[in-house]
Design a protein around this ligand. Structure first.
Ligand SMILES: Nc1ncnc2c1ncn2[C@@H]1O[C@H](COP(=O)(O)OP(=O)(O)O)[C@@H](O)[C@H]1O
Ligand SMILES: [Mg+2]
Length: 289
């Protein structure tokens, strides 16, 4: 049994033992859609060079990790999740994996926690003194990184992809975390999802893996079963994380997604998200596909 299967087994056991499970902290809604009700304070950028400041109270109340708190359970769990990714991306396994610094975060359907995982991973890695992270919102049909992080920026990935007038440096935002930079999705566009599979996007991925090989690039992308472009993008990435909402996503969806990813990337890891907590079980399962 591989680790992803073990994670499923664990999720089934949790289902069986529901009466003994302690209440999860904040994921009681039964649909998989976005549930942000309170908005973060907006970081309005006058100039592109302005530094993005985050609304830490909002992020904390929504369960995100705090970069200055390494002791919380969520920070600990993300430490375990990021370790193999970082080793593959810029550590000892770097040369074995093509485009190893490019990490794509996807899921089968919306609402499983792609954005939550992307932001937490980016925070967790960037909190390490010597690590540099670029977080890109490539879920262009349903962008939410700017919304969750309270960023009001004029240009982003879509603007870069659809015009020839912008340089990469024009769309990269600096943040108050020195190692973290962000590219938002930018303006919405009728064919935004199609642009993800465009030659320009493929060229951008190539540039990010070659010119920025010391930087870990995290792509928050559309769900796999909704569009074919996510698959095309996945084939450009060295590592792919499939986020699975525990006890919600039908197993057939996950199997279909793993099948789609099979030929896309060297490394595919599964993160079991939103699993209910027990005293002994970890919040997240982590599987190797
Ligand atoms: N492990 C988690 N703990 C707490 N809240 C979570 C967790 N995972 C996801 N959420 C919340 O669930 C909602 C959907 O997650 P999101 O990351 O937006 O999904 P996706 O990007 O896959 O559509 C968001 O409000 C998010 O903050
Ligand atoms: Mg999202």
């Amino acid at each position: 049994m591989n680790m992803l299967e073990k994670a499923f087994e664990k999720s089934k056991t949790l289902e069986k033992n529901k009466s003994t499970i302690t209440e999860p902290e904040k994921t009681q809604n039964n649909d998989l859609s976005i549930t942000e009700t309170v908005e973060p304070k907006k970081a309005k950028l006058k100039n592109h060079q302005d530094i993005v400041k985050f609304d830490w109270d909002f992020l904390k109340s929504n369960g995100f990790i705090m970069v200055d708190d390494s002791h919380s359970r969520i920070a600990e769990e993300y430490r375990a999740i990021k370790r193999p990714l970082v080793t593959n991306a810029i550590g000892s396994r770097k040369s074995d994996i093509k485009n190893s610094n490019l990490i794509l975060i996807t899921s089968s359907v919306p609402g499983e926690g792609k954005t939550f995982t992307s932001i937490n991973l980016a925070f967790s890695i960037a909190a390490e003194m010597d690590k540099k992270v670029l977080l890109i919102d490539a879920d262009v049909a349903k962008p939410s990184i700017a919304k969750v992080l309270g960023i009001e920026s004029k240009v982003g990935l879509i603007d870069f992809l659809e015009t020839d007038t912008l340089q990469l440096s024009d769309i990269i935002l600096q943040t108050e975390i020195p190692g973290l930079r962000i590219i938002t999705a930018g303006k919405s566009h009728k064919f935004s999802t199609e642009l993800l599979a465009s030659d320009k996007m493929i060229a951008l991925s190539k540039e990010l893996s070659e010119r920025y090989s010391d930087r870990i690039v995290i792509f928050d992308t559309p769900p796999l079963l909704a569009t074919t472009q996510a698959e095309v993008l996945a084939s450009q990435m060295g590592q792919v994380i499939l986020v699975v909402a525990a006890e919600k996503t039908p197993q057939s969806y996950v199997l279909e997604s793993t099948k789609k990813l099979q030929n896309c990337s060297d490394i595919v890891l599964g993160v079991l998200n939103k699993a209910q907590r027990t005293l002994n079980a970890s919040y997240y399962g982590y599987g190797h596909y």
